[in-house]
Ligand binder design. Structure first.
Ligand code: CP
Ligand code: NVA
Length: 300
């Protein structure tokens, strides 16, 4: 059976922890893994722009002795052919496929028809690779995950959905503060609520007390540009700043953001640049977590 990573909801906390722990080991000493993907190819298919995802996967493949091919969807014949036919050619060249798409169904179709693992590198619903790197970063900084509290402030988007799924699976508490109408996906919420680890709020100050980690992401995700005006109005007061953290009694929390950040909107300069900000370690860890993920999917 081929293992894909479309969403962390398909895996349990043990599997997620194994990936994170392997990533931490690989980060400490990559030399043992220099040939782990020798003669193997990663095919990277992008419908949207990227800095970290593209470069971290590509650099990761170099470190593992393999090769990565970048394929811009718009410059490919995915624009002409049926995705299920196109992917049935790609799986003959590649050992792993990763795809960044608009709709979750688009990456699900690729997985359905691929004979090699397909990794979701962001869709409208999820960003599982980001959450793996985020959990790895939190574990590096705090030494453990279970029992910690992560507070997400902002838009209940793909990053938020994946954080809820990932954090609750490893026993972390999650508080999410969004304006009304911008809550995370109801299926993700319903599933996480059963664990008793998720709480939803509308006021950031109510969500923040006791936070070990405070997380935010853009208010306007790729593909939602036409909602900009409406969203800027709705999200007034949700900027993660040192002042907000102080008011929410969360001054000592780690500050995280998947990047790219929009300074002055979802996060202030003083929060992004503060000594508690771990955003660049988080970005680096994309590479380590994804190396471990690819090996895990191939082993599985
Ligand atoms: N965090 C993240 O996925 O960054 P990119 O969009 O630059 O890949
Ligand atoms: N929520 C953002 C994440 C970017 C990495 C988006 O989908 O654009």
């Amino acid at each position: 059976m081929v293992r894909h990573l479309l969403t962390l909801r398909d895996y349990d906390g043990k599997w997620i922890t194994e990936v994170i722990d392997k990533a931490i080991l690989m980060k400490k000493d990559i030399t043992k893994y220099y040939s782990a993907m020798a003669n193997k190819t990663l095919l990277m298919l992008f419908m949207k722009t990227s800095t970290r995802t593209r470069c971290s996967f590509e650099a990761g493949m170099t470190q593992l002795g393999g090769h990565a091919i970048f394929l811009d969807w718009r410059a490919s014949n995915f624009t002409l052919g049926d995705a299920k036919d196109e992917v049935r050619c790609l799986d003959r060249y590649a050992d792993v496929i990763m795809a960044r798409v608009y709709k979750h169904e688009q990456v699900a179709v690729l997985a359905k028809h691929s004979k090699v693992p397909v990794i979701n590198a962001l869709c409208d619903m999820y960003h599982p690779c980001q959450t793996l790197a985020d959990l790895m970063t939190i574990k590096e900084k705090k030494g453990e995950l279970k029992g910690l509290k992560l507070t997400y402030i902002g838009d209940g988007n793909n990053v938020c959905n994946s954080l809820i799924a990932g954090c609750t699976r490893v026993g972390m508490k999650v508080a999410v503060a969004t304006p009304k109408g911008f809550e995370p996906h109801p299926d993700v919420v319903a599933e996480a609520k059963k664990t008793g680890l998720l709480e939803l709020y509308n006021k950031p100050e109510d969500a923040l007390p006791g936070s070990d980690v405070v997380y935010t992401d853009t208010w306007i995700s790729m593909g939602q540009e036409e909602e900009k005006e409406k969203k800027l109005k709705a999200f007034a007061g949700y900027t993660v700043s040192l002042d907000l953290l102080k008011r929410g009694k969360a001054e000592n929390a780690l500050i995280m953001h998947c990047l790219p950040a929009h300074r002055g909107y979802e996060i202030s300069d003083d929060a992004l640049d503060s000594e508690n900000s771990v955003v660049f370690d988080e970005a680096e860890n994309r590479m380590h977590a994804q190396k471990a993920l690819m090996l895990k999917l191939l082993e599985d």
